[in-house]
Design a protein around this ligand. Structure first.
Ligand code: NAD
Length: 290
């Protein structure tokens, strides 16, 4: 397939490299990052999009996606697919899909889970929104870049699934960290705490697969000085998207709101920026009840 790839940062570069390794012809564009080996460099986003059957975008946010989409859509071939894998707000995903459809294109929003490691290993999970036809056309690319793709419904539903999942993740990580900090103060050994909770009703992915306590449970960023992993800054971005969506949809998400406020002070006022999102544990340990 002839593929355009716009946004070759931490995630986009290894994803594009995997497409090249699978034999696809990829032309890439990024404002700052270099194209990985085997990806032909375009001078402009529009040039990467021209003549491509699928154009993939992997960009920082919805405003940038809207700007890039406005630039490339007029240059895309009819029946081509605009496949956005960035994490953006639901409304931007839906608006961009509408503009693409009005121009005779197909649009699929397919944010990912699995992080930089998953992007490099080709084991991402894609949650996709868009038509059946669009999803079917890009499904072989999901198979190369990932291990699983779920078609979640019409445009924007991929982003909806992503932010709901990450809202749960932010909330359970905070719950797990505050419980460890309480256990410490009650004199409960962390290993015993893990042994009980990981096999009891308090278990979760945050506890069982990504334990925030160093030396306890499976290997995780906690065992590597809380170097990300999944940065607290990115968790804050996703929680903010969840709250933006909740406000627009008039949904009551009090714990999502509280998690957003906690990650915001952690990242902006404490020392959380650049740390893994599980570094909430030392943050709670160092604090007293307020
Ligand atoms: P990144 O900042 O490393 O990469 C984004 C790239 O987009 C940069 O190289 C930047 O130069 C480029 N860019 C910005 N504006 C551009 C424009 N107008 N034209 C062309 N290129 C432009 O970010 P990342 O970690 O690769 O994340 C990309 C997306 O994936 C984000 O939406 C993020 O939320 C999501 N995501 C990231 C992770 C992760 O662990 N890093 C995990 C899941 C999802």
């Amino acid at each position: 397939m002839k593929i355009g790839f716009i946004g070759l940062g931490n995630m986009g570069a290894p994803m594009a490299a995997n497409l090249v390794a699978a034999g696809h012809k990829v032309t890439g564009f990024d404002l700052a990052a270099p194209c990985p080996e085997g990806v032909q460099t375009a001078r402009k986003a529009a040039q990467a999009a021209q003549g491509a059957e699928v154009v993939i975008t992997m960009l920082p946010n919805g405003a940038i996606l809207r700007a890039v989409a406005g630039e490339i859509i007029p240059h895309m071939a009819r029946d081509a697919v605009l496949l956005d894998c960035s994490t953006v707000d639901v409304q931007s995903a839906r608006d961009v899909a509408q503009i693409a459809q009005d121009a005779g294109l197909m649009a699929v929003d397919a944010p990912v889970s699995g992080g930089i490691g998953g992007a490099a290993a080709g084991t991402l999970t894609f949650m996709a929104g868009g038509t059946e036809e669009g999803f079917t056309k890009v499904a072989p690319l999901f198979d190369i870049m990932g291990q699983k793709a779920v078609h979640c419904g019409p445009s924007g539903n991929g982003q909806a699934a992503k932010i709901c999942n990450n809202m749960i993740l932010g909330i359970t990580m905070i719950g797990t960290c505050e419980a460890f900090a309480l256990a410490d103060k009650l004199g409960l050994d962390r290993q015993k705490m893990f042994d009980v909770v990981s096999t009891s009703s308090g278990y979760s992915w945050s506890m069982n697969a990504y334990c925030p306590a160093p030396g306890v449970g499976p290997h995780s960023p906690a065992d590597n000085d809380y170097i990300p992993g999944f940065a607290a800054d990115l968790m804050l971005k996703d929680l903010r998207l969840s709250q933006q969506a909740a406000e627009a949809a008039d949904a009551d998400t009090p714990l999502g709101l509280a998690a957003t406020a906690l990650y915001q002070s952690f990242v902006e006022d404490e020392d959380g920026a650049g740390q893994d999102f599980s570094a909430m544990l030392p943050r709670f340990v160092s604090r007293r009840r307020s």
